[in-house]
Design a protein around this ligand. Structure first.
Ligand SMILES: [Zn+2]
Length: 437
């Protein structure tokens, strides 16, 4: 469902009658797809040695194109000790930050283009039709697509933001504001890269994150908090199981309580989340219990993910889950004596929302409409993303707008339609000129 923004007449200087955008900036499609293909062949799985490799590769390319490149090592011990650090779920020995700036003449609006270059692992290789890091161009549902891990989420977005900046630079369009390209790592497991970018002192007036939206506009999203439940029971020989207490049985009332909590938390949701069957999912992802088939399991560890509502604080969301678990424990004689332990670890994504009164959503929509003649949807994402760090910690009004098909993300045979990648480069180029000229 679309939730169109109110008009922003007179709200800012971008509403001047003349839009300084040339009708079409020259996007080199061949170069764009070649760049994307090269990025996709670098297996930059979150936390792997190749994760910084793709950023370093981009930095090198951008240096050669004459952009002002800043590349630095992220001080992991100090950044992870920061009280606002958003969390990390994989071990990392090394991480880098990169920005590449196309400088304006001064006095204009600075636009940040932030895109993550880490990708999730490929999962079951048998579910893929080929090597996840060898790019294949093939037909998917009647569309010409590139298939590889990271195609949709979100190397296509990074390649198109780069192509857009290149087109503006090569066309010699005079800009007053700076355009900053920032490829970041660690988005998939918490947001290390964007957090480090903000702590490095990068500032901007607006930000577009070309995460996969099929060129719709996402000005906010729900959050996601990773939690762990630890349940303790009593081991016994399975032949005398009634003398033990099975943690698997004790998970059942807790699980039911969490299902009820999920339903209660999704009764009244922000209208921009209306399109989702469950706006703020609460899900258990892993359960480990017991170590022997003929033993009553005395320890159960479950890991899950709690959705955070738009407008809800992380503390509020955590308290609701902790209270629901505590109530389930109070109603069970064993759990009342041995309460389930709840801990929060790994990715802690707050929700985020760009102020609907800020012009960025209208600018992105107007430029999209001017180019394609169709109105994009404006909706909230049900997933956590770097948007909440950019709007929350950075204070930078941010929207997601990029190529890629959300259901293809994290899936086998991840794909991106080629035409969407090209279209994104064209529209991002227009947006750069509109915002920074
Ligand atoms: Zn992503």
């Amino acid at each position: 469902m679309s939730a169109p923004d109110p008009p922003h007449k007179g709200a800012n200087r971008h509403d001047s009658a003349v839009t300084p955008t040339p009708p079409e900036l020259p996007i080199d499609e061949h170069e764009l797809l070649a760049d994307l293909t090269e990025m996709l062949t670098i297996p930059s799985v979150s936390g792997s040695p190749a994760e910084p490799e793709v950023q370093a590769w981009l930095a090198d390319r951008w240096r050669r194109e004459g952009l002002d490149v800043d590349q630095w090592d992220i001080d992991l011990p100090s950044i992870t000790a920061d009280p606002q650090f958003p969390g990390m779920e994989v071990d990392r020995a090394h991480a880098i930050g990169v920005t590449a700036t196309l400088h304006g003449s001064g006095g204009g609006t600075t636009l940040l283009l932030d895109g993550h270059t880490d990708v999730v692992p490929p999962g079951d290789l048998d579910a893929w039709s080929g090597d996840p890091f060898v790019v294949r161009r093939m037909d998917v549902d009647g569309q010409d697509c590139l298939v590889a891990r990271g195609a949709t989420d979100m190397k296509a977005g990074v390649a198109s933001m780069w192509a857009a900046v290149r087109a503006v630079a090569r066309a010699g369009v005079p800009l007053r504001g700076d355009v900053i390209l920032a490829p970041v790592s660690g988005e998939e497991d918490g947001g290390l890269g964007t957090f480090a970018l903000l702590r490095h002192g990068v500032k901007a007036d607006m930000c577009i994150v070309p995460e996969p939206t099929e060129l719709h506009i996402v000005p906010g999203n729900g959050g996601a908090l990773t939690f762990r439940l630890t349940i303790r029971g009593r081991a016994a020989h399975a032949s005398m199981r009634t003398s033990g207490v099975s943690t698997i049985e004790k998970l059942i009332p807790v699980f039911t309580a969490l299902q009820d909590l999920e339903a209660a938390r999704n009764v009244d949701v922000d209208p921009i989340m209306d399109r989702w069957p469950i706006a703020y999912p609460l899900s258990i992802g892993t359960v480990q219990a017991g170590d022997w088939a003929s033993t009553v399991p005395d320890l159960l560890v479950a890991n899950g993910r709690l959705g955070v509502a738009i407008g809800e604080s992380v503390e509020q969301a955590r308290a609701e889950l902790e209270q629901a678990v505590a109530a389930a424990c109070a109603a069970d004689p064993w759990l009342a004596e041995h309460p389930v332990d709840v801990t929060w670890w790994g990715g802690q994504f707050a929700s985020g929302r760009t102020d609907p009164a800020h012009p960025i959503t209208g600018i992105v929509r107007d430029e999209h409409v001017a180019l394609f003649g169709a109105e994009p949807d404006v909706y909230g994402g049900p997933y956590g993303s770097d948007l909440r760090l950019l709007t929350g910690i950075g204070g930078i009004p941010t929207v997601h707008y990029g190529p890629g098909v959300p259901p293809a993300a994290h899936a086998p045979d991840e794909y991106v339609p080629v035409q969407q990648v090209i279209d994104a480069a064209h529209s991002l180029a227009r947006m750069i000129v509109r915002i920074c000229a």
